[in-house]
Write a protein that binds this ligand. Sequence first.
Ligand SMILES: [Zn+2]
Length: 1125
Amino acid sequence: MNVNQHTPMASPYGQPQPGYGQPGYAPLDGGYPAPYAPYNGPSSAYQPGAPPQGPARGPPTSGAPPISAPQPYNQYSQGDMQNGPPPMTQAPPRPAASQLYNQGAVNLSGPQPSYPQNYGPQPSMQQVTSQMTGMQITSGAPTPTGPGYAPPRSSQHPASTAYSAAPPPSYTQAPPPASSAPTQPPPPSGPAASQQYYGGPPPPSQQPFNSSLPPTSQRQFPSPGLPPSSSQQTFPPSSYSGPPPFSSAPPPPPPSQPHPYQSGPPPIRTQMPPTSMAQSNHLPPGPQGPQCPPGPMQQPPSQPGMQGGYPPQQNGAFGQGRGPQPGYAGPYPGQPNYGAPAPAPAPGPPAQKRLDPDAIPSPIQVIEDDRAKCTEPFNTGVRGQVPPLVTTNFQAKDQGNASPRFVRCTAYNVPCTADMAKQSQVPLAAVIKPLATLPPDETPPYLVDHGEAGPVRCNRCKAYMCPYMQFIEGGRRFQCGFCSCVTEVPPHYFQHLDHTGKRVDCYDRPELSLGSYEFVATVDYCKNNKIPQPPAFIFLIDVSYNAVKSGMVNIVCQELKTLLDYLPRENPEMDSVVRVGFVTYNKVLHFYNVKASLAQPQMLVVSDVSDMFVPLLDGFLVNVNESRLVIESLLDQIPEMFADTRETETVFGPVIQAGLEALKAADCSGKLFVFHTSLPIAEAPGKLKNREDKKLVGTDKEKSLFQPQVGFYNTLAKECVAQGCCVDLFLFPNQYVDVATLGVVPVSTGGSIYKYTYFQAQSDTERFLNDLRRDIQKLVGFDAVMRVRTSTGIRATDFFGSFFMSNTTDVELAGLDCDKAITVEFKHDDKLSEETGALMQCAVLYTSCSGQRRLRVHNMAVNCCSQLADLYRNCETDTIINFFSKYAFRGLLNNPTKAVRDTLINQCAQILACYRKNCASPSSAGQLILPECMKLLPVYLNCVLKSDVLMPGADVSLDDRAYLRQLISGMDVTESHIFFYPRLLPLTKLESGSLPMAVRDSEERLSKGGVYLLETGLHLFLWVGASVQQELLLNIFGTQSFSQIDPSLTSLPVLDNPFSQRLRDIIESFRAQRSRYMKLMVVKQEDKAELIFRHFLVEDKSVSGGASYVDFLCHMHKEIRQLLS
Ligand SMILES: [Zn+2]
């Protein structure tokens, strides 16, 4: 081989070599001030300097540890004792709480071609909103209802407020049932016709599903009012079995039905500003169920076929409408008229009221309210306190429990008994992101070194020393907060207690005062009792025809020449200890000897791939600095060597085996970066065949498409995990590659999958390189094992994420990076005590990128409650949705998709019905009453149900679904939130320093004269209205007219005006907050590409059959009523 001069590739990525400071490289985003300092500032030295004093347990607030001073916090170890009160010091000033920080990372890659654009006609908004006017939605704090339920504390949440639909001004025409008697605007508390609607079991005569729409739809719901175009939505009318929609009839007196809560006085109603949901008190109970007088004639046509009550479980399939995919036709009937109280007399014909979208819970309002409420840093010292939402910028202060950046729970008040938990159906789970990157104003976990003695642990359950250990007998022993066992304090760890029984060095030791910290692990915690070798990175590059032709090979090789200088390290001052190795492959594998002493790299070809081995040991894994010239030579030559290849077949299994064998030979853990293009059909272990069969979609066999087609990769994954070999897979497919199978190893080893369908150097390079740069540089731990311990009465029973488990308790992660989250579910195995609460300790043993073995510990205590109301008052819906999505997406492996969807809907209905039954104030069954903390559960759950994974459009490929399914399994709450409910910002006015307030994800929020930015965490769209103001055009695009906008733009022109600058800054800041680079896509209103964009307007009905928010809410209400009856 020749050492060639670097052929300056037209560097599309043009980044200067040495400094990664340029835009291209620095990108690691705001949250990553020092791109190369992994662990945002290594948790290096713990500085005991200034322990805050005082009753409140304060974290050592001495500020972030100096990055470069890795001095272990070992001053007290080994026999050092400190007597006397802890030094008093002033706590350092708090960092500004206003720092912008969006934690979170995201997943997928930008908009991909893989989302084809056939999104079909869009549903008309009108119909969507035209239903149910009279439905009342109340959310509020539980009020005392039954015996034993304490009144809500007003201090926490507003008392239950009813979201009654404000009388919608607009009436969409419904076919005029003769019935409509003149309707009167509902007096505030007036009888709402709507109530009737929802009240009670459906009249026997109703026809279950009539969706007015879809041509292909199976059953049609005769709703006259719907436009034909709405064919997608199939909401079963069943949901509205109540009285006829039109409420013109005078409200029946409150039914005397034995409704337990009926007698209570209605809450006071208050009106909220327009965009917020109108809050009002419950309307007087309307007629319920059977008692309801049949409405005036509504939807006459439909009546005939309708059967009486819809079986509760029947809902489920929302999808329908989509012809091609059989299985998704569901019982979600189209949009019936949801009777509603008629605010105003309907003019002439059928006046159908539309449910005012402003009258149902708004995600934007909830997000804004939470932001407004959050003015102080969030201190973690108060047990059971719900943290700010993930959408709120806040500063977290560790005062004894893990920060919400590391751990978020579905409930911060856990039911005391299994029965209560079962009754509520609220999942008890925590989403843990063990190595999360913290914003610059928060202190990373301190590193505690107890020397050879290692961490102090409970003798019985082995929990690590933490703030929940109670010291007794003058400090000579401690009682475990998890299992109550009493353990001797080792002599070197002894300390006296103060008059309150607290150790006097409490605030000097992170493990006694903080929720999160790290211990230096001793050799006992190392594999085979040997201090680990530094990890290695191995790059395995597909050099088959497609890989070369697409430009991928060239781009990867060119980039690595620079990127190898930015391998992860804990001390930015020092070189990374990570060694590197290189392999290229098609049907055979080529290993490279890049030993520093060689003048030229040497290639060794292994053509027998049936039993992979590594043909060289010395010279394969090298230090970048030592072998720089040889490596650069190699990277220059690879593209040339394969420039004329005709080889189209590839192998895949042997590629991973090669990397694994190399790590085994070097006796180290590490990461494989595999750049791969095609289905591995060449003869070799792990060979695959094309099994893509869209006909299976929607059938009971659909689940097989998510399962690997061969068992080979499961076995291989297990071997990788045993070695600490993490695999990151970069896919560049032009057709089906079977992501479900190729992804087995990455997903089982804690790795990541990136997918660039129809990769084109010109348009996709930026996204790919940004992903690659971040992936290589980010903080990662290797050969990790995570164990979650809990206090008596509760235990971790299930785990969701990218990892492997060979027993029921240890989560094994060959690699664990700062973006990965693991969701853990808990179940009761005994009664819990309100007094002691419930404790959780998550300990992750891993090898740092510098080769040090460590234990990261996160502790979390939550309250236990004997009142369901307390549970419902202290939940976090975003976390519940994270859990539900992972639970459902995993369920796809073994269950028909429809069953998975039905399960989700049923569980959600049970959660809300339990609240209604046990916690809500008396009201009519016609009212939908939602807990304040869960008022967005329906809208978010609907987003999960209509995601491409559970309800694919006809054009969503199986690979896309498998990819998303795997991606979401590793998401934290921030990522899953924006993935399911994208952020939509109007850009008419931009002020520096603050973002415009987002609007709801619905087409009706878009103005033709405006420009909007939509962010999903994976995609970024700039939507331009057809009548956009000229000033905006000039400011953003520098063009005079709408038609001159180039829709193929992936970046905005750099114009010299403040608006342009601000908009580009916003886009960059969004990208910086996500773990994957979001490519920008410009969407002109009414262009073809708008169909892709509309897919993310998740409150609207989707082309693939997903219900609109309004329809889903009605459906959910019906489900709840059925459960209550
Ligand atoms: Zn214990």
